[in-house]
Design a protein around this ligand. Structure first.
Ligand code: SF4
Length: 244
């Protein structure tokens, strides 16, 4: 039983990581190296802050009146599934007091190793870096095999999923690739919504602070019109599905 974990930070009243008002834990450590990552300071696990499960559970307890009604606890990162054993201990305790729990993940994990945690999780936010294997590898530095295998498992057990996809004009908004993404989602009835995240450059300063060259210096955030166009295309390929 793992009772300690490395975290990056905590946001006690988050509104962007899942439904309602949420206590958000950003875990430290990530095996991916996404070219558009805005949290490169979460990559190395040993640079995190070591916390104990009792401390974290008690801290969450202070916010229960705010998060219990319509929100819950979200775990993001970094890659939360890297420290799945610790989260399983935490989620078991949260389940006992009926707190909604979600994980925001890139899916880079062995299904066998994270099954216990997934079973305790109410909702998975699954980030797809690209639907095409070669592009996925290029964008994230990792093979998509584990992510797609986890996605298949989530469909098999009918686990509620929100798919997240970052829109970078000229890089991830190619119509044929979006159509492939839509076809993939169409085969997953457990996907409750597709969240399109507009690329932003707010984390670029962290790359230079870490002394790493930013790999997408030309990337620009999409305009409102570009986002609407992408949303309209996907809506036409995914009738009846929620796209935000
Ligand atoms: S999975 Fe998330 S934290 Fe990890 S490199 Fe990609 S964007 Fe950054």
């Amino acid at each position: 039983m793992q009772t300690e974990a490395y975290i990056h930070s905590i946001e006690t009243m988050g509104t962007l990581e899942g439904p309602g008002l949420r206590y958000v834990i950003f875990m430290q450590g990530c095996p991916m190296r996404c070219r558009f990552c805005h949290n490169p300071d979460t990559w190395y696990i040993s640079r995190g802050r070591l916390v104990n499960v009792d401390w974290l559970f008690n801290d969450i307890g202070k916010y229960l009146p705010y998060i219990q009604a319509s929100g819950g606890v979200s775990v993001s990162g970094g890659e939360p599934l890297l420290q799945a054993d610790f989260l399983e201990v935490l989620f078991r305790r949260l389940a006992a007091i009926k707190v909604h729990k979600l994980i925001d993940t890139s899916g880079f994990a062995s299904v066998e190793r994270v099954k216990g945690l997934i079973n305790l999780t109410d909702l998975i936010l699954l980030s797809i870096k690209s639907i095409r294997p070669a592009r996925f590898q290029e964008m994230s530095g990792q093979s998509p095999e584990r992510t797609f295998r986890l996605a298949r498992y989530l469909t098999q057990i009918e686990k509620p999923v929100w798919v997240r996809y970052v829109i970078i004009p000229g890089i991830t908004d190619d119509a044929s690739e979006l159509q492939e993404l839509a076809a993939w989602i169409a085969g997953m009835p457990n996907v409750q919504r597709l969240e399109l995240l507009p690329y932003h450059a707010l984390g670029v300063y962290k790359w230079s602070r870490l002394g790493i060259e930013y790999p997408l210096p030309q990337a620009q955030p999409p305009t409102e019109q570009q986002m609407n166009e992408v949303r309209a295309k996907l809506a036409s390929w995914l009738p009846g599905r929620k796209i935000v």
